[in-house]
Design a binder for this molecule. Sequence first.
Ligand code: ATP
Ligand code: MG
Length: 429
Amino acid sequence: MSKSLQAIRGMNDILPEQTPLWRYLEGTVARLLDNYGYKQIRMPIVEFTELFKRSIGEVTDIVEKEMYTFEDRNGDSLTLRPEGTAACVRAVLEHGITGGGQVQKLWYIGPMFRHERPQKGRYRQFHQIGLEVFNLDGPDIDAELIIMTWRLWGELGIRDAVKLELNSLGTSESRGRYREALVEYLLAHHDKLDEDSQRRLKTNPLRVLDTKNAETQAVLVDAPKMADYLDDESRAHFEGLKARLDAVGIPYVLNPKLVRGLDYYSKTVFEWVTDKLGAQGTVCAGGRYDGLVEQMGGKPTTGVGFAMGIERLVLMLETLEQIPEEISRQVDVYLCAFGEEAELAGLALAERVRDQLPNLRLQVNAGAGSFKSQFKKADKSGALYALILGDDEMAQQVVGFKPLRGQGEQQSIAWDALAAHLATCVVQG
Ligand code: ATP
Ligand code: MG
């Protein structure tokens, strides 16, 4: 195939054999968030570039080198969203739904775009489920976010493979004081830092903390500790969060080097990490951003949220073989009809059955075909039962009911009794 007809590198098709797992995952998350009282919001995929510069921060990896930015026909600079928080904050401000301290507990799902080097677990179009809570400033809501994800890992069967890392960045004032102390220390060891860290020291010094470079890591061993600079309020908040996680029995590891890539975090930051996916080990990340809404032009409004990467979770389910068997079967019953008259009767019969059993997954054979070919298709569909309408069945106004997975003999069922019979033998989702 010529190059112009291929998908863009790092932007993947999700093929029909993969979508059941995606839908299972998305459905599980959506149900869980519903049950905890969160409401879905949907934002556009494209926003003014300025939005991301202002919210994410000019000197972050995302804004510096990962955004898909282009001019539209009006000459406006637009960007494919690299994450969801900025647009969500814009939306709540634009519609005034956080005004007067109104609490909003929101979630969203959809594609995000970052120009990164594609590899396992890292793509240029990827998908996130994100969540943001506005106007609740206590550690109880931070805890709820973590508790919900903990429940999700349990439901998905991957709880043993993920670990919670936790840190507090303090308020912007205490973080500022810490940043000064860190910069002073790192400047004294400037020559031993790797090039990237030397650059970050100037632009975004806290990010030096999550360097992968061994020499820089050695320098960091004796660096000032963020915890020593925490203000009392942040300290109490962090203790409150830990007490709640302890109460529910959720284990965590304190990671003083966890700073997150974005400028806007304050107080709580957390990541759920796994060692099952190689280098791309973070499956869900989030934190508190009490200053962001004001920074974006709104009234002071606290916020806390997280985002999880759907591709990485799908990889986890596959790697850990936690794929529920029932999701791969998409057909309960397959109707075969032989001859024109039977085909017409079969169509009408199928619709009557669907009226009575709206959740039944009933596939009607299309494209006619011999006995052999229709049975082959019925079997391949994964159906549990085949329904058969041939000359004999037409004459007697019955349908042949044939178990395809080895449970018993074929029987004849009167047309009027078919729905009731199916209701007893097919468990409906
Ligand atoms: P990483 O350190 O892996 O680059 P990040 O800190 O840039 O992650 P966030 O911006 O916090 O990631 O996004 C939240 C989640 O979205 C990540 O934990 C990850 O699961 C997922 N994610 C981020 N970037 C990508 C990507 N390029 N491809 C696939 N998933 C991604
Ligand atoms: Mg990244």
